[in-house]
Design a protein around this ligand. Structure first.
Ligand code: ZN
Length: 92
């Protein structure tokens, strides 16, 4: 069982609102690249970011739609692990 390029990472629900965050693909400057296939041909670098949008705005750590937390991760797995232990997320 290889964990390399594992895109089926498990995320814990948000401790505040219970919604699941998203893992967003971006380049190495933190720009979101949601277009299909970018991860297979990451011409501007590849990073993974966390995003969490709560439509009801009940969650104190939720972001606006389309925004991501500032931390860049090398893999989706790292992003998920950071979320699950809540480091690099909402620590301001
Ligand atoms: Zn939340």
């Amino acid at each position: 069982m290889s964990k390399k390029n594992d895109r089926t990472v498990s995320l814990n629900p948000c401790p505040f609102c219970g919604l699941l965050p998203e893992i967003v693909i971006g380049d190495d400057e933190g720009n979101v690249h949601s277009e299909e296939g970018y991860a297979d041909d990451p011409w501007s670098g590849l990073s993974y970011m966390l995003a969490h949008h709560d439509p009801a705005w009940d969650c104190p750590i939720a972001l606006h739609e389309g925004e991501t937390y500032p931390t860049l991760f090398d893999t989706a797995q790292e992003a998920a692990e950071a979320w699950n232990r809540r480091s690099g997320v909402a620590d301001d």
